[in-house]
Ligand binder design. Sequence first.
Ligand code: ATR
Length: 281
Amino acid sequence: MGKVFGLLGHPVGHSMSPNIHNDAFGHIGIDATYHAFDVDPNFIKDAIAGLKALQISGCNVTVPHKIAVMEYLDEIDEEARLIGAVNTIVNVNGRLVGYNTDGRGFVESLEEEAQIDLQTKRFLIIGAGGAARGIVTSLLRKGIGHLTITNRTAEKATPLLKLAKEFKTQAEVIEKKQAENQLSHYDVIINTTSIGMSPNVEYTPLSLEQLTDKSIVCDLIYNPLDTAFLIEAKKKGCLTINGVGMFVNQAALSFEHWTGKKPERERMRKIVLTNLGGTSC
Ligand code: ATR
């Protein structure tokens, strides 16, 4: 039998990960298969023990298990530790090592699609949950000019401010209204919340009335491909980036951790777009 990889999540029915990884194994010529495992939160400890018992070579971890799996792993890489969540596990001869490729996946998609030097840029992050933490951690590690966070529950952004301090990056938390009034201050604006995700496609996380065409506007959502937020930003003449690049890149980086081989990201992107019924992104 070839190597076995998988996804631990709940639910996993709509995941595109099996499609893109199985295609990449076939395309590169690796004898392996990838399966989606729907793991009830009560059984996550057993599922991790199962990875060892069944000699499963590696897996992705998704909602709601990204934090819960951490205590059962043998080693956690620095970025995943800083983010406080794991989305990739590699089984190295029975030792389970945790990584997080979400943040780097986003940063690489921003660099590819916007071709900018992050070091001098001012960022506005909308949201302060798990997704925001992944992205902020990777941005801080890379080095950015300035960080502003706005979140419905302002206190939840405090750990992100602490993280910014560790990286000696100036950071602040502001109210949504203030962010809306000074949108022209930001080079890059990123929605990390689920506001605008299908089926609630008519909502936007904040008003873009004051937006100028100088800002790059990103949304981590990829269903729909263009959220109402991105459609509004496009109307203002902004470069926009949706969540497909991040999804593809996090998958490609996980694949590299497991196999040491680089999958063709363009192939992965096409599979994702075909699944989503879109033609471009
Ligand atoms: P994820 O791991 O996807 O980031 P999360 O950790 O639950 O999920 O975080 C969700 C983020 O979206 C939070 O910043 C949340 O704001 P709160 O911290 O105030 O809960 C934000 N969010 C979700 N739904 C929202 C809504 N309807 N209005 C404003 N913010 C919302």
